[in-house]
Design a binder for this molecule. Structure first.
Ligand SMILES: *Cc1c(COP(=O)(O)O)cnc(C)c1O
Length: 392
């Protein structure tokens, strides 16, 4: 396995000179290749017209599907490119049909937007939402999941890496349980894609959502859905348009067969091209090399924080990734983030409102989230540590 040439990737990253960007789980710094592709397409639209630019750049636009397919071990027909991970996830989730008494199994660490969608569906359709307990490491307990399966379970939906910490849920073990039971498995890979190698066959998911701007370092306002041929045909999207379906006679329509049934006709074409460039950039570095460096930097940061009096780490999981969450005694997490921002260290704050089932159970109101990427350095970690307010 080859390592990452940190100097080179930092040269590609204009923002790396200005700021210690440890908010990659929020929105990573894009490499110049991505920005150039996006700006270049906007310039072409300016010069020749939007439709004409799309026609001229069709190959590059189509390449994004190939790149995402390669990234996920999927086929190009299994990919939809949409505006964010939430819409990708929604288009999949709201395609499912429900009967009263159907059950959804999910994880403690589930993301707020997904949880709200479950609760809305529970209210509308009399569906039950059952949260699978964590095991002793704080990851979804796979044995508990297996024991909770019955013939009313219609969906297993979990976040691979939650927004609020370094936990990596055992996605492939969950997939085995879902496949044995013949239950649809929807994986939210928003925080894992771009930092962890993903293979949809190995994971065994039917549906997977991701975003462009986080660990993939793509443009904002881009996301994607993987929808396997196994389930796709059964899932009629909640919204259709003349791209996702054809109006075949005055009173009929046919939904398209590929995953683009989850797209709309209009979209951000510059962003779509930029997303493909971002995926190519990640693939060229190699996901195993990316994961190795991200994991090592995060472990260094955790070790440094663990040494500080009054600083508490909150990451869970047998396997941990690039998200590092902590609190400092006597200081509100927002105040800590502001102090770091003043020292040109970007972090974010994750709060119970994003993860009630998890932070609620742990009685945590909020935590500082520092999320490292492969272009970060030990010197930047030093800068974070030395800019932290003293515990009070
Ligand atoms: C950020 C995030 C999302 C939402 O992604 P968007 O692209 O902002 O819609 C979904 N799930 C998890 C776990 C996230 O961290």
């Amino acid at each position: 396995m080859t390592g990452i040439d940190v100097e080179r990737v930092r040269r590609d990253t204009a923002g790396a000179e200005r700021v210690a960007h440890l908010n990659n789980a929020g929105s990573a710094l894009p490499p110049r290749q991505v920005v150039d592709a996006v700006v270049g397409h906007l310039r072409l639209e300016e010069q020749i017209g939007g439709y004409e630019a799309a026609a001229e750049q069709e190959e590059r636009i189509e390449h994004t599907y190939d790149a995402l397919a390669r990234l996920l071990g999927a086929g190009r027909d299994d990919i939809a490119v949409v505006e964010n991970a939430t819409r990708a996830w929604d288009m999949a989730f709201y395609s499912l049909r429900w009967a009263p008494g159907d059950r959804i199994l999910t994880a403690r660490a589930e993301y707020a937007s997904n949880a709200v969608a479950f609760l809305q569906t529970a209210r509308r359709h009399g569906v039950r939402v059952d949260v699978v307990p964590d095991d002793e490491h704080g990851q979804l307990d796979v044995d508990a999941l297996r024991s909770m399966i019955d013939d009313r379970v219609r969906l297993v939906a979990v976040s691979h890496v939650p927004t609020q910490g370094g936990l990596v849920n055992p996605a492939a073990e969950i997939g085995r349980v879902a496949r044995e039971a013949g239950v649809v498995y929807l994986l939210d890979a928003c925080q894992s894609v771009g930092q962890i190698a993903l293979d949809v066959d190995e994971i065994g998911c039917d549906l997977l959502s991701g975003t462009g701007r986080k660990y993939l370092r793509g443009p904002r306002g881009t996301g994607f859905l993987y929808a396997s041929p196994r389930v796709r045909e059964e899932l009629e999207p909640p919204f259709l348009d003349l791209h996702s379906a054809s109006w075949t006679s005055s009173d009929s329509y046919v939904v398209r067969a590929d995953a683009r049934r989850f797209e709309t006709w209009e979209g951000n074409f510059a962003g779509k091209i930029g997303l493909g460039v971002a995926v190519d950039y990640a693939l060229a570095l190699g996901l195993p090399a990316i994961e190795a460096r991200v994991t090592a930097l995060a472990a260094t940061l955790r070790a440094r924080l663990r040494d500080l009096p009054g600083v508490h780490l909150h990451d869970r999981g047998a396997r941990q990734c690039g998200l590092v969450t902590f609190t400092v005694d006597g200081h509100d997490s927002h105040a800590v983030a502001s102090a770091l921002r003043a020292a040109r260290v970007n972090v974010s704050v994750t709060s119970a409102a994003y993860a009630r089932w998890d932070f609620g159970a742990r009685d945590l109101a909020s935590a500082v989230r520092a999320s490292v990427h492969y272009y970060n350095t030990d010197a930047e970690i030093d800068r974070l540590v030395s800019a932290l307010p003293q515990a009070g």
